[in-house]
Write a protein that binds this ligand. Structure first.
Ligand code: HEM
Length: 536
C-alpha cells in the first residue's frame, strides 16, 4: 500500500473519532471541548469571575442576544411543512411551472397566525387569522400570504399603520393585550366606513376558528395569471379545508384562552404527529382581463369579494401538511413571507393595498431578521439555485467566489447574467397604465355597504345572533358614547334590523329609519349571462 494513502487513512480515522467524541461533548462555538458548564472560572473558589473565561462569555453573550423582535403584526403563529399538487394543468391560464403537472409535489411551509396579539398571547381570541404559504418551486419561491377572511379593513396600504396602531393595545397603558374591544379600535372603524364589510366578518364566527385545519384561506387581492402566450386572467385565490369550516362559540373561546392558550397550536401539532394530515384544496376565481371592468364593484378594491354566483370557484389542487417543524425559532419564527415573492406566470394587480404590502414586508424583515441576508436562512432558502451579485451584510452565510460582483463586466466567466431572451426569466406583465399623478381614492371604491349587507343576509339566524352578541361585547366595552353612536349609524347602513339589535344591547336608542343609502354602484353592471360567458 502506498505509505501516503496509509497516513491519509489514519488521519481520516482519527478525525472521524474526534468528530464522534465532540458530538457527545459540549463544545464552545469554536469546537473546543468544555470540561464544566456549571461553574464560572474564578480567582479562588470564593473569588470574582475572570474575564478570560471565554466559555462563560460566549454562553452568556449568545443568551443575551437570543430574542429578536416579534412580527409587528401576526406575531403569534404556528407552522407546518407539507407539499402541494395541482389536480390538472393550469397551462391555459398560467405558465407557473408548479401549476402544470399533477405528478409534481412542490414542498410548502405554511404559517397560521393571529394578527393582533403578542407572541405569547392566547390562540382563541376574536381576530383575523393569517394563512401564509411558501411554495418552494423549481422556478423560485412563491408566497401566498393570505388571511382566513376574503376581504380587508382598508382599501389603501397607506392606512395600514393607522389600522394597526388603533387595534393594538392603547399606547399609554398597553391594554387590552390581544383584543379589539377598546375605544381606539372602534373610534378608527367608526370613522372608516370602508371597513364595514370586513367588520361583519370579524364579528362573525369566522373570527373564532375551532382549528387551523378547519379554516378557509384567501389571497384577498386580485392577482394576475399569465399563460405562455402572454394572455392574462385576473385571479382570486382560495384555500378550502376538506374537513369543512368549523368555529368555536364565544363562551368556549373564553374558557380555552385561560385553560389552554395553545389550543389551535396544539391541535395542529397533534394532528400532524398522529398522521391526521391537514389538507387544503386550492380554488381560483378566474376573470378574463377583458371582463375586469364589468362588475358593479372594482376588482382592485380589497374590501370586495367576487360573489361565487358571478364567478364560481374552480378547485385546482391540494396541499397536505405532513411534518411539524424541528425548531420553532429557526423555522416558524425566522420564516419571511412576502406577497412580492412571485414566479413567472403570476403577477400583481394595481390593488392599492397590495401595492402597499409590496413595500412593507422586506422593509420590516430587514430589522426583524437582522440585515439583508435573511433569504439565506435555511427556511427561506429557495430550492431553485440563486446567483446574484450581492455581497456582504450582517450574517452573510454564503462564501461567494470570484473577483467580479457587478454587471456588465468583461472580466469573469461564471458571473450571473440578466438576459431578456431567457424564456424562463420573470418578465413583468406589460399592463398599460395612464393617468394623473394624484392622491385620490377612485370613485369605483365608494360602495362600502352592499357586500356587508350581502354577508349579513347570507348568515343563518343563529349566526346572525352570534354576530349581534359579538357587537354587544366589543362595543359594550367602548367608553365613548359618540363612537358607539357612529357604529350604530354604520350598522344602519348595512341593515336596519341589525342596527336596532346592536343599539339595544349597548343601551342606545335604536335608529328609527333605515339609513338613506348611497351604495355608489358602478355601471355597467355585470349580468350573470355576461359573467358566465367570459369568465372561467
Ligand atoms: C405579516 C404588513 C395587509 C397577511 C405582516 C407583517 C407586516 C405586514 C409588516 C410582518 C411580516 C414579518 O415580520 O415577516 C402589511 C401591510 C398591509 C398588510 C403594510 C397592508 C398594506 C395584509 C393583508 C393580508 C396580510 C391584506 C392578507 C391577505 C399577512 C400575514 C402575515 C402578515 C398572513 C404573517 C406572515 C407570517 O406568518 O410570517 N404584514 N400587511 N397582510 N401579513 Fe400583512
Amino acid at each position: 500500500m502506498n505509505p501516503d494513502n496509509n497516513s491519509e487513512q489514519k488521519k481520516n480515522e482519527s478525525l472521524e473519532m474526534f468528530r464522534r467524541e465532540t458530538g457527545e461533548n459540549l463544545t464552545t462555538n469554536q469546537g473546543v471541548i468544555i470540561d464544566d458548564t456549571n461553574n464560572s472560572l474564578k480567582a479562588g473558589e470564593r473569588g470574582p469571575t475572570l474575564m478570560e473565561d471565554f466559555h462563560f462569555r460566549e454562553k452568556m453573550t449568545h443568551f443575551d442576544h437570543e430574542r429578536i423582535p416579534e412580527r409587528v403584526v401576526h406575531a403569534r403563529g404556528s407552522a407546518a411543512h407539507g407539499y402541494f399538487q395541482v389536480y390538472e394543468s393550469m397551462a391555459e391560464y398560467t405558465k407557473a411551472k408548479f401549476l402544470q403537472d399533477p405528478a409534481v409535489k412542490t414542498p410548502v411551509f405554511v404559517r397560521f397566525s393571529t394578527v393582533v396579539g403578542f407572541r405569547g398571547s392566547a390562540d382563541t381570541v376574536r381576530d383575523v387569522r393569517g394563512f401564509a404559504t411558501k411554495f418552494y418551486t423549481e422556478e423560485g419561491n412563491y408566497d401566498l400570504v393570505g388571511n382566513n377572511m376574503p376581504v380587508f379593513f382598508i382599501q389603501d396600504g397607506i392606512k395600514f399603520p393607522d389600522l394597526v396602531h388603533s387595534v393594538k393595545p392603547e399606547p399609554h397603558n398597553e391594554m387590552p393585550q390581544a383584543s379589539a374591544a377598546h375605544d381606539n379600535f372602534w373610534d378608527f372603524i367608526s370613522l372608516m366606513p370602508e371597513s364595514m364589510h370586513m367588520i361583519m366578518w370579524v364579528l362573525s364566527d369566522r373570527a373564532l376558528p375551532r382549528s387551523y385545519r378547519m379554516m378557509e384561506g384567501f389571497g384577498v387581492h386580485t392577482f394576475r395569471w399569465i399563460n405562455e402566450q402572454g394572455k392574462a386572467h385576473l385571479v382570486k385565490l382560495h384555500w378550502r379545508p376538506p374537513l369543512g369550516m368549523h368555529s368555536l362559540v364565544w363562551d368556549e373561546t373564553q374558557k380555552l384562552a385561560g385553560k389552554d392558550p395553545d389550543f389551535n397550536r396544539r391541535d395542529l401539532w397533534d394532528a400532524i404527529e398522529m398522521g391526521n394530515y391537514p389538507e387544503f384544496e386550492l380554488g381560483v376565481q378566474l376573470v378574463a382581463e377583458e371582463d375586469a371592468d364589468k362588475f358593479d364593484f372594482d376588482l382592485l378594491d380589497p374590501t370586495k369579494l367576487i360573489p361565487e354566483e358571478l364567478v364560481p370557484v374552480k378547485i385546482i389542487g391540494k396541499m397536505t401538511l405532513n411534518r411539524n417543524p424541528d425548531n420553532f425559532f429557526a423555522e416558524t419564527e425566522q420564516v419571511a413571507f412576502h406577497p412580492g415573492h412571485v414566479v413567472p406566470g403570476i403577477d400583481f394587480s394595481n390593488d392599492p393595498l397590495l401595492q402597499g404590502r409590496l413595500f412593507s414586508y422586506t422593509d420590516t424583515q430587514l430589522i426583524r431578521l437582522g440585515g439583508p441576508n435573511f433569504a439565506e436562512l435555511p427556511i427561506n432558502r429557495p430550492v431553485a439555485p440563486t446567483h446574484n451579485n450581492q455581497r456582504d451584510g450582517y450574517s452573510r452565510q454564503t462564501i461567494d467566489k470570484g473577483q467580479v460582483n457587478y454587471f456588465p463586466n468583461s472580466r469573469a466567466g461564471g458571473c450571473p447574467m440578466a438576459n431578456p431572451e431567457n424564456m424562463r426569466a420573470y418578465t413583468h406583465y406589460a399592463e398599460k397604465v395612464e393617468g394623473l399623478k394624484i392622491r385620490k381614492r377612485s370613485d369605483s371604491f365608494k360602495d362600502h355597504f352592499s357586500q356587508a349587507t350581502l354577508f349579513w343576509n347570507s348568515l343563518s339566524e343563529v349566526e346572525q345572533a352570534h354576530l349581534v352578541s359579538a357587537s354587544h361585547f366589543e362595543l359594550g366595552k367602548v367608553e365613548d358614547k359618540q363612537i358607539q353612536e357612529r357604529m350604530v349609524d354604520l350598522f344602519n347602513h348595512v341593515d336596519h334590523e341589525l342596527a336596532k339589535r346592536v343599539a339595544k344591547g349597548i343601551g342606545l336608542s335604536p335608529p328609527t329609519e333605515p339609513a338613506l343609502e348611497n351604495h355608489g354602484h358602478r355601471s355597467p353592471s355585470l349580468s350573470m349571462e355576461n359573467t358566465v360567458k367570459n369568465t372561467v
